[in-house]
Design a protein around this ligand. Structure first.
Ligand SMILES: [Zn+2]
Length: 271
């Protein structure tokens, strides 16, 4: 699933839509549209709207439209916004035509991706978006904020995956950050020292920034809106390396399930 760096790269490629008008919309899969209730309403409200901005919030892609509307998109497993694709494929769930004849398709093989078109006052209807925590690359995400979220008995990996605490961090980058911080993913949040919390915040920022600069991580099918793959997979220390040797100490990496997610770590380097 695309995480913060991948979504950021998609958004960067969608900036081309800024200041364009939505000229035509066609919903091919009604279940992709969560709000409003009917795809007719979705198409009617969107048509004629101007795109003021495109930005990322957590793992969501947000089109800020005029008249205080937002089109909030989540790619989930296989969703992709493809710019300049005129042809409708069997995976096209929603097709858009923007002014100056620019087509954008929302393609999604597995159909878990969603789109919600909401007025500013209805944002609570998209719960996952409405309840997002701080952006990890913002000033608000600092040592004091992290320490304030560590009072629980939950495993530290569960804490940093919680989207209401940190927006956009997912399984790949959570494992990488914990490895670089030398923290065992199963440690209880409240057992972390102040120093460890500080190191973790720094590593989260470092890993996410580096991954954005690498165009994200591509395992199977993630591509940005220009069809380009990322290359951060070449820089991974633990994620996807289950059973292999630790790059730092050469001992075997272990894996376990935390919150239902496969977790890879080095029992020697992470305490
Ligand atoms: Zn190690």
């Amino acid at each position: 699933m695309p995480e913060l760096p991948e979504v950021q790269n998609v958004v960067d490629g969608l900036k081309i839509l800024q200041d364009r008008y939505v000229e035509d919309v066609k919903v091919y899969n009604v279940n992709t549209v969560k709000n409003p209730n009917t795809s007719d309403d979705f198409e009617d409200i969107l048509e004629g709207k101007k795109v003021l901005d495109v930005f990322r919030r957590g793992k969501y892609i947000v089109f800020q439209l005029d008249a205080d509307y937002k089109l909030i998109t989540h790619l989930r497993m296989t969703g992709a916004l493809v710019v300049g694709e005129k042809e409708v494929t069997k995976y096209t769930r929603v097709g858009f035509l923007f002014s100056k004849n620019l087509a954008v398709n929302f393609n999604d093989i597995r159909r878990f991706g969603t789109m919600s078109l909401l007025h500013q006052e209805e944002l609570y209807k998209e719960k996952g978006y409405f309840n997002l925590g701080v952006e990890p690359l913002s000033k608000e995400f600092n040592h004091r904020y992290m320490l304030g979220k560590l009072s629980s008995n939950r495993a530290i990996k569960t804490v940093i995956l919680d989207q209401t605490i940190i927006a956009g961090l997912g399984n790949i980058y959570a494992d990488e950050c914990l490895f670089l911080a030398g923290i065992h993913p199963n440690r209880k949040g409240r057992e972390l020292t102040k120093q460890e919390a500080c190191i973790l915040v720094d590593k989260i920022k470092l890993v996410l920034e580096k991954a954005i600069n690498c165009g994200g991580t591509t395992f199977r099918d993630y591509k940005n809106s220009k069809g380009e793959s990322g290359n951060f997979q070449q820089h991974l220390h633990v994620y996807g390396r289950k059973g292999q040797k630790c790059l730092l100490c050469n001992k075997g990496l272990k894996n376990s399930k935390i919150s239902g997610r496969t977790t890879v770590f080095c029992p020697n380097c992470q305490r």
